[in-house]
Design a protein around this ligand. Structure first.
Ligand code: PHE
Length: 345
């Protein structure tokens, strides 16, 4: 009887398996606990005839060892399995975080602001939607000046019946000169970066909006030599210490005298190349001494104060520094283009 039970249990135990700790514990209870099947056999063993005890005892012990071993084996495999499942490979590379880049216009704007900040210019600001006074009239534009034509400037309809021409999208940052002079008396030393709008067809070389930086310095005894010196400093800081500048006479309604500034070509160093059309020079900004009419229009005594102003296009400078051929690239948000400025700062 008991021998058969031993053999039957042996067969069962060989095939035991468990996939988790609970199932394993259930097996241990079933066979090896105080109320387990093997323990029951040991109790039964007490009643067998003495001559059978030796052989049966041995078999029972074998069975118990077999069960203990098997359960230990299962325990080990359950544990390693659990470990595998919880394992996190901390050396695995993470999902790459796409880092953005600064826009080239922002990069160059910051460079220019830094250069002028170092010689005492502070930032000024003004609205992009402006009135005629700040964009034109206060800046000495004659009533029939072509910039006041719809073909050059975006006008904003003020009310439906009367298409007034009073409100415009500013066509240059010179409006901030006026706003600053209205607010405070000299000394004034500001730069104003900002977006401007012109009614142009969009091509590789022209856009209906772009960015300028305006500079204005007003104090007693400010001369053209001061203007030239600050612009030379600026050009050398921006394009390198060997850069030369030249000023050509020009005309703006709000400056007298007025000039346009060229820098020596950054590609050929002034020798003449295809880029500078073999002149050795490239134009970068407009400037001049603030016209006394402009000072007076904003409440500054032109017999006491004088000043200079300059205005430059950030896109133009960016093109010169980074050789961007098509202006439209700046506003298309093509990440392949923007990523090229990853290392710029
Ligand atoms: N406002 C002029 C332009 O947009 C540039 C300029 C600014 C010229 C200041 C002289 C002085 O072309």
């Amino acid at each position: 009887m008991i021998l058969e039970k031993i053999e039957a249990l042996k067969g069962q135990i060989k095939d035991l398996h468990a996939s988790n700790e609970e199932a394993l514990e259930a097996l241990r209870i079933k066979y090896l606990s105080k109320k387990g099947e093997i323990t029951a056999l040991f109790n039964e063993f007490k009643t067998v005839a003495p001559e059978q005890k030796r052989e049966l005892g041995q078999k029972l012990n074998e069975l118990k060892n077999l069960a203990t071993e098997k359960i230990a084996q299962i325990k080990e495999s359950v544990q390693t399995q659990a470990k595998e499942q919880n394992k996190i490979d901390i050396t695995r590379p993470s999902f790459p975080a796409e880092l953005g880049t600064r826009h080239p216009i922002s990069v160059v704007r910051k460079q220019i602001i830094d250069i002028f900040s170092r010689v005492g210019f502070t930032l000024a600001d003004g609205p992009e939607v402006e009135d005629d006074w700040h964009v034109f009239s206060a800046l000495n534009f004659a009533a029939d000046h072509p910039a006041r034509d719809m073909q050059d400037t975006f006008f904003i309809e003020q009310n439906k019946d009367d298409v007034t021409r009073n409100i415009v999208l500013r066509s240059h940052t010179s409006s901030v000169q006026v706003r600053t002079m209205e607010r405070k008396q000299p000394p004034i030393r500001i730069i104003c970066p900002g977006r401007v709008y012109r009614n142009e067809a969009i091509t590789a070389r022209a856009h209906c909006f772009f960015h300028q930086i305006e500079g204005l310095y007003i104090d007693k005894n400010v001369s053209f030599a001061d203007l030239k010196q600050v612009l030379l400093y600026f050009a050398k800081e921006l394009f390198g210490p060997d850069t030369k500048i030249r000023l050509r006479p020009s005309y703006f309604p709000f400056t007298e005298p007025s000039a346009e500034m060229d820098v020596s070509c950054m590609l050929c160093g002034g020798e003449g190349c295809g880029f500078c059309k073999h002149t050795g020079w490239v134009e970068i900004l407009g400037c001049g001494m603030v016209d006394p009419n402009v000072l007076e229009a904003s409440g500054i005594d032109s017999t006491v104060y004088s000043g200079y102003a300059f205005g430059l296009g950030i896109e133009r400078i960016t093109n010169l520094k980074y050789m961007v051929k098509d202006l439209r690239m700046f506003s298309e948000n093509d990440v392949r283009f923007l990523n090229e400025f990853r290392s710029a700062h």
